[in-house]
Design a protein around this ligand. Sequence first.
Ligand code: GLA
Length: 384
Amino acid sequence: MSGAAGAGPAERWFADRFGGRPEGVWRAPGRANLIGEHTDYNQGWVLPFALHLGVTVAASRRDDGVLAIASRQAPGAPVGLPLATLVPGAVTGWAAYPAGVAWAVRETGHPLAGGASLAIESDLPQGAGLSSSAALECATALALAGLYGLDLSRPELAALAWRAENDFVGVPSGIMDQSASLLSRAGHALLLDCRSGETTDVPLDPAGAGLGLVIVDTGARHALGDGRYAERRRECDRAAALLGVTSLRELTSPAAAAGLADSVLRRRARHVITENARVQETVTLLTGGDLAGVGAVLRASHASLRDDFEVSWPEADVAVDAATAAGALGARMMGGGFGGSALALVPAGQRAVSAAITAEFGRRGWPPPGFVRAVPSAGALRVR
Ligand code: GLA
């Protein structure tokens, strides 16, 4: 294992900030989403997978009722937060994520009496749309549960990490990222039905198919809290209400969206309905061993996110077009939108696609994008 993947770097960081050896080390991955974008908060289906990159937390209990947090990505003295003072809005910045998890754990009736020292190490780029915040929440949740021997299932941990983000940090995300980080299985994507919570592991082995999944970090930074994500959520709720359903998930035919007089709401609803169908189609293809066939579905997803849902951004559109022109089977923007990463399905060992994207960026005077090979990996675990 490299980077922050092993226990070592986080343990050394713990010794540096708090002294001594931590009681344990926990790690939670970031995620990529193969398909199913902006469907989770519409009670639909998503098909993400865990990455090999993630957040590692080395932690010990304390006896003074304080949550002490030190992040190697935000150097400085540890932040010390008395547990009793944790209320939504009380903490801002990166520390709000682990603090929010401690708050959410306490809200479920587990007092975490003495507090905890958390030393955080990450090899996930922030703001790249790979869910670094969910990975931080999930690693913290697993660490606190482990330290205090709390009997919480993985879905329960995902729910409280999600609650930390929504109710404590105040970012209105869906449940996809936390579920992917905690529930994924290596070599598989995670099919999650966001209405029932039911999950199914779907085989996803790009290398075995002679293909590769490449994440293109477009360099454009996004923030879910900037209002545009929340606006999409409101539009979807409004469309569902006007169509007389509890969520857009209830609709299976794109023709149902035609009943909306407002052309913006009509397009938003059409995206959600067709994207849910694309998730099902992708699962059928993967189950039948046809990963190559997913390429066309990725392309259709991107067009829908760009034209109907209007959450794509210039760097993503250029990356997707350049990738496809250079031989990718398919590509699409990934995540909430307005910045972050794209995902491309390429023939294995192909450098032409990344070279073409870099060249197109250069032609526009944009900084070169970053490339990460996406390996469907295991969900969060105790490392030591
Ligand atoms: C962000 C959110 C997820 C999901 C995606 C869009 O990543 O955190 O819950 O809504 O956007 O699919």
